[in-house]
Design a protein around this ligand. Structure first.
Ligand SMILES: NC(=O)c1ccc[n+]([C@@H]2O[C@H](COP(=O)([O-])OP(=O)(O)OC[C@H]3O[C@@H](n4cnc5c(N)ncnc54)[C@H](O)[C@@H]3O)[C@@H](O)[C@H]2O)c1
Length: 281
């Protein structure tokens, strides 16, 4: 069914670009926001991503592109029914965005954050309307991952949860509600596994390719954990491990020193051209 309504997406990086395409394809009008100077590049990348899709002809591509409009400022939130924040995984940045958005949203607007690991309750506390703030954790790549974690903060209302669940379903995803604890379910399980795979390389148990092949062939993982870490971004993996470590205060979540060093060296995975593997960007 073709949907109507306006979704503002704040942050036009890897996830924001995917969300914009998914929402436009489902019929929503998208207002895409990012910092000055970045939006133009994101629009070019969206166009290139659409061109590479074999299931779209030129007309289909054009229809999607026409539905995604640049929003230079958060003031344009005044036009939106829903807001999905997908900015950098940094609590200060996200809280600033939610504080600013509080000034512009209408009474019916519901706000979602795509954070992978930060507290929804904490992010919501920066807004005037914490009852309207819900976690909406899409997985990467947005177009092909079929589930969205819906995270209820301490003050999230039943109405906001229901609206965001329906939005996830209208975007073709299965919505599963979880409570607001670090890493939710997905990253509480995934990130320690990725960290342990890095420890295997660090300890000399096996090389990168061997660790990945064992998990692919032996456990039927579509990607090995180290290639997956490259895809997610090693900086994002480190930041999630640091949150799990800090919040649970348990050594089992301590980030591997090799992960720390790779991030310090700028080896962030696919986006920087090098992580555990080399990429021709
Ligand atoms: N990468 C993944 O695999 C993945 C998966 C699920 C969820 N997430 C979550 O999605 C969010 C975005 O992740 P990403 O991988 O797309 O990151 P990214 O680094 O690719 O993109 C983040 C974007 O946010 C923009 N930004 C920063 N500050 C901003 C501000 N004040 N206003 C507007 N835009 C701002 C940046 O310019 C950048 O374009 C994070 O919360 C992350 O945890 C990521």
């Amino acid at each position: 069914m073709v949907q109507t309504g306006i979704i503002m997406i704040v942050g036009a990086g890897q996830m924001g670009k995917g969300l914009a395409q998914l929402a436009a394809r489902s019929g929503y009008t998208v207002l895409l926001n990012d910092l000055p100077g970045i939006l133009e590049k994101s629009f070019m990348e969206i166009e290139m991503e659409l061109v590479s899709r074999k299931d779209l002809d030129a007309e289909g591509r054009q229809q999607i592109l026409e539905k995604i409009k640049p929003a230079a400022s958060l003031q344009e939130a005044v036009h939106s029914d829903y807001i999905i924040e997908a900015a950098t995984e940094n609590v200060t940045i996200k809280k600033q965005i939610f504080t600013t958005l509080s000034n512009y949203i209408t009474q019916h607007t519901i706000l979602a954050t795509n954070t992978s690991s930060l507290s929804i309750t904490d992010i919501a506390s920066a807004s005037d309307c914490p009852e309207k703030v819900v976690g909406m954790h899409f997985m990467n790549p947005v177009s092909s991952m079929m589930v969205v974690e819906i995270i209820r903060g301490l003050k999230t209302s039943d109405h906001a949860c229901k609206v965001i669940k329906e939005l996830a379903e209208n975007l073709g995803k299965e919505a599963i509600e979880v409570n607001d604890y670090p890493g939710f379910v997905s990253n509480r399980l995934l990130m320690p596994m990725i960290n342990e795979a890095i420890i295997c390389v660090f300890d000399g148990v096996a090389d990168v390719e061997s660790v990945d092949r064992i998990m692919q062939l032996g456990l039927r993982h579509p990607l090995g954990p180290l290639r997956l870490a490259d895809m997610i971004g090693l900086d994002a993996c480190l930041s999630i491990m640091e949150i799990l470590h800090r919040e649970f205060d348990h050594p089992k979540y301590r980030p591997c020193p090799l992960l720390r060093n790779m991030v310090k060296a700028g080896k962030l995975g696919r986006k920087s051209g090098e992580g555990f593997y080399l990429y021709d960007n």
